[in-house]
Design a protein around this ligand. Structure first.
Ligand code: SAM
Length: 212
């Protein structure tokens, strides 16, 4: 997934109309960027953007933003948009530590974390996207009654994510250790690239939806 060194990926990104550039950041002003007042949904650690592209196609009444740290990965999402452009999908190349530079307080209606990197060493726990440190950042940008959804096949990371919830003041609407085996929760589920890969290997998919 890293694909870090694709020549020219930075140049493509800075020239892409699908990417909101640093000089265009206006926290609290996403309705102006999209030109409407539709709800705003954000995937943090979007990867190549398969999930968001499918979601944006399915839900034209919602604005979607994909946040991705690496240019070379974001490039793939841009290529997909060049093949099939969607008006309600934009990208930002950003380290999620800086989310508050891009989104205003309470601006986001829903957050998605999908198959976040596990960072298995204890000393790297703060880098895990469902950690209490990141939950505090999401707390700023997410609406008061907003929801965050997290999916992963990594049971260790999922257990860690559940333990972080009370420490950061969040509660779960639901928790499942087998999303695809749950008829109700899997209804309308849109698979991410990693979800397809790991569920094809027989790995059960864990998911929670949380609020505070
Ligand atoms: N969400 C996609 C999926 O489910 O198929 C991609 C999953 S991939 C394992 C995790 C992605 O998160 C990678 O593209 C990685 O670059 C990105 N990522 C990891 N840490 C990040 C951070 N701090 N800020 C933004 N993106 C990050």
């Amino acid at each position: 997934m890293r694909l870090r060194n694709i020549t020219g990926s930075r140049e493509v990104i800075t020239g892409s109309r699908f990417v909101v550039q640093e000089e265009e950041y206006r926290p609290g002003g996403w309705h102006e960027i999209f030109g409407n007042d539709h709800p705003l949904h954000v995937e943090v650690g979007m990867g190549k953007g398969k999930f968001l592209h499918a979601m944006a196609k399915l839900h034209p009444e919602v604005n979607f933003v994909g946040v991705e740290k690496y240019s070379s990965v974001l490039l793939r999402a841009i290529q997909k948009m060049e093949e099939e452009e969607l008006k309600n999908l934009k990208f930002v190349r950003l380290d999620a530590e800086e989310l508050t530079r891009v989104f205003g307080p309470g601006e986001v209606d829903r957050l998605y974390l999908n198959f976040s990197d596990p960072w298995p060493k204890d000393r790297h726990a703060k880098r895990r996207l469902p950690s209490k440190e990141f939950l505090a950042r999401y707390d700023v940008i997410l609406k008061k009654d907003g929801r965050l959804e997290f999916k992963t096949d990594n049971r260790g990371l999922f257990d860690f994510a559940l333990e972080e919830l009370p420490l950061a003041g969040w509660k779960a609407d639901y928790v499942t250790y087998d999303l695809h085996g749950d008829e109700k929760l899997s209804e309308g589920n849109v698979m991410t690239e990693y979800e397809e890969k790991f569920s094809a290997k027989g790995n059960p998919i864990c998911k929670y939806q949380i609020y505070r």
